[in-house]
Ligand binder design. Structure first.
Ligand code: NDP
Length: 587
């Protein structure tokens, strides 16, 4: 995912190193970065195929029933709504709020979980919180007249905010939970979408919004023998509190293992370390861990906020860091190679500060060395936590550094690494999610019965990552070819504003349907390719989901890298010339 950090990447205003260290110092570190990347690429040449999200058998049932309790039987639904959202997370909530402002009444959310909230419904692991400042991340604060409790919001507060949005905008009325859409098929005669679900429903909708999230389907590393494990196990987004107990007291006499050290594990490990008898953390690649500057919201500051404060804050953030005229002039006169060199050096300076902090916090020298990330900042999702590193000073917590190889074998007792068996009571998979896939669990067929995946087989084709030709009245949120931000809700809000404006345009002009023209779609595909070709970052980085696990030759199958302000500006331009970019049918 091509995300931009919400904090300045490095501590110079113009993002360029002012260091006086010799260039050989930086070249030496870059060499080490390349070696660590190659090591990992050689261990896992299968790229994304090293994972599976096909959670079948006992896991399938457990995957949906978690948190919601038993699925109560109900009669199948056979009706028609105007706007139907597949998924009930922030994508659906933000767009619905805007649709309500346009006067749309018939809105249905169909959601696999037992409530709205999306990622914040599913991810309830201990320590779950958001790394983006709450005043930016929590959307619709102006509309909801709400000021977050802390500088960084914890998971339960965000989940409650989602529920509050759904209540305020009456989204529970038609919502259907514990229900998974399995097919979404366009009827060309009727110009309506027909949807079926795993509960035997047959719903019809004029507009469908694929709001299934960017990281929603849990994935597991395919590890030899994993099915034979006789202990208890689950994925972090399907936390089994019946086993661990709400306060984790169920782990007091348990030997626990966790596979993975990404952003989720970084938040879960401190709680697990404190609660478990023994904790083994199986690491393949360390995350970069910076300080988390958290504090309770100052009530005086909150009281002084004027109506529209969040919208103003968002607009400022969108403009990015402001350079002085002098800085701009210096940048403009600098040759491109020099600029890249100084940016890279600043990035390395930052990563070396991350290393220094590890040395200061972690007492055991070998463990400290193992925790040091050797890649450029933003190759992997950066993490911010104050308790993760100190957890490794506990005598019951053991870092198993697999030096880039990962766990490749699990027996009935637990993982094996370097010939050593780790016997566990509980094994937790913190191995992430399928990334930005449109139509998970669901088959989407547009005009001529064409499956969206088949259309995409030679490369994703959209306008703005939202509209795909031959799929009229279908809108995609959080998929590829959009401009991803470290603050994801910024992007989702922009997409929601755009989609609701498009739907309003169709309704207010007496049209039945909207579809993007082939020319507009082709223009955007070329824009995406053009901007993706400008950087070798995907190739240079250590593998992970940001760079498709090292499958970097992906042309248009990724995010739009032309910058968020540019993305939003394209949206604005398109809306001023709707009839040029779209074809409409009459009612
Ligand atoms: P990730 O995909 O980021 O991490 C998966 C982890 O599993 C990696 O450390 C990976 O190692 C490791 N792994 C995979 N296979 C093996 C193996 N065989 N042996 C050992 N380790 C293995 O998933 P997360 O759930 O941590 O995070 C997903 C995303 O969710 C984040 O990037 C972030 O965008 C979001 N998130 C945001 C939070 C927030 O604060 N806002 C908090 C939590 C998540 P390797 O690195 O080598 O591939």
């Amino acid at each position: 995912m091509s995300e931009a950090p919400e904090k300045p990447l490095i501590n110079t205003m113009d993002g360029l190193s002012k260091s006086r260290k010799p260039q050989e110092y930086y070249e030496g570190i870059k060499q080490k970065f390349a070696e660590e990347r190659d090591l990992r690429l050689n261990y896992r040449p299968e790229g994304t195929a090293q994972y599976t999200s096909d959670l079948t058998g006992s896991m399938a049932e457990y995957e949906i029933a978690t948190y919601g309790g038993e699925i109560t039987p109900r009669e199948p639904i056979n009706d028609t709504v105007e706007c139907l959202f597949i998924g009930g997370g922030f994508s659906a909530l933000l767009t619905s709020a805007r649709l309500r402002e346009y006067g749309v009444e018939s809105i249905r959310i169909v959601e696999r979980g037992a409530d709205v909230g999306g990622t914040w419904y599913w991810n309830r692991y201990p320590g779950v919180a958001c790394d983006v400042i709450a005043y930016d991340y929590l959307p619709l604060l102006d509309e909801m007249d709400y000021v977050p409790k802390d500088h960084y919001a914890k998971g339960p507060e965000i989940f409650a905010h989602c529920q509050a949005i759904a209540k305020k905008y009456n989204l529970y009325e038609l919502a259907v939970f514990q229900t998974t859409v399995t097919s979404t098929i366009w009827d060309e005669e009727e110009e309506m979408w027909h949807l079926t679900t795993d509960r035997g429903d047959h719903m019809q909708a004029r507009f469908v919004i694929c709001a299934n999230g960017t990281l929603s389907k849990p994935k597991l590393a395919k590890i030899s023998g994993m099915e034979s494990f006789q202990g208890h196990w689950f994925h972090t987004s399907r936390w089994d509190y019946d086993y661990t107990k709400e306060d984790l007291s169920g782990l007091e006499d348990k030997v626990v293992g966790i596979i993975g050290t990404g952003a989720t594990a970084v938040q879960a490990v401190p709680g697990l370390g404190a609660a478990s008898k023994e904790l083994y953390v199986f690491q393949r690649t360390p995350s970069s861990i910076d300080i988390r500057d958290d504090w309770p919201t100052d009530p005086n500051w909150a009281r002084r906020l004027k109506t529209g404060w969040q919208a103003k804050r968002r607009a400022r953030a969108m403009m990015g860091p402001q350079l002085t005229e002098e800085q701009q002039a210096a940048r403009a006169s600098m040759p491109r190679e020099e600029k890249i060199r100084r940016q890279e050096n600043a990035n390395i300076d930052y990563m070396m500060r991350i290393h220094k902090r590890i040395d200061e916090v972690v007492k055991d020298k070998a463990t400290a060395e193992s925790l040091k990330p050797w890649y450029m900042f933003m190759c992997k999702r950066p993490c911010f936590h104050n308790d993760y590193l100190p957890t490794f000073n506990r005598s019951n917590v053991h870092l198993i550094d697999t030096t880039g190889k990962g766990i490749t074998q699990i027996t009935e007792q637990g993982p094996v690494f370097d010939g050593k068996q780790y016997a566990l009571d509980l094994l937790i998979y913190a191995t992430g999610f399928e990334v930005q896939k449109t139509g998970i669990y669901n088959q989407i067929k547009g005009e001529n019965d064409l499956d969206l995946n088949d259309k995409y087989s030679d490369g994703i084709r959209t306008l703005l990552g939202i509209h795909s030709q031959s799929y009229p009245n279908l809108f995609i949120m959080g998929g590829y070819q959009a401009s991803f931000q470290f603050n994801l809700t910024d992007m989702l809000q922009s997409q929601g504003d755009h989609i609701s404006a498009c739907i309003d345009y169709v309704r207010s002009h007496g049209y039945q349907s909207i579809d993007v023209t082939p020319e507009a779609e082709e223009w955007w595909v070329q824009e995406v390719i053009h901007h993706r070709g400008k950087t070798s970052r995907n190739e240079d980085c250590t593998p992970g989901y940001y760079n498709f696990e090292g499958e970097f030759q992906r042309r248009q199958d990724g995010n739009y890298n032309g910058g968020f302000p540019q993305y939003v500006s394209h949206m604005k331009d398109i809306k001023t010339e709707m009839e040029k970019h779209f074809v409409f049918t009459q009612r």
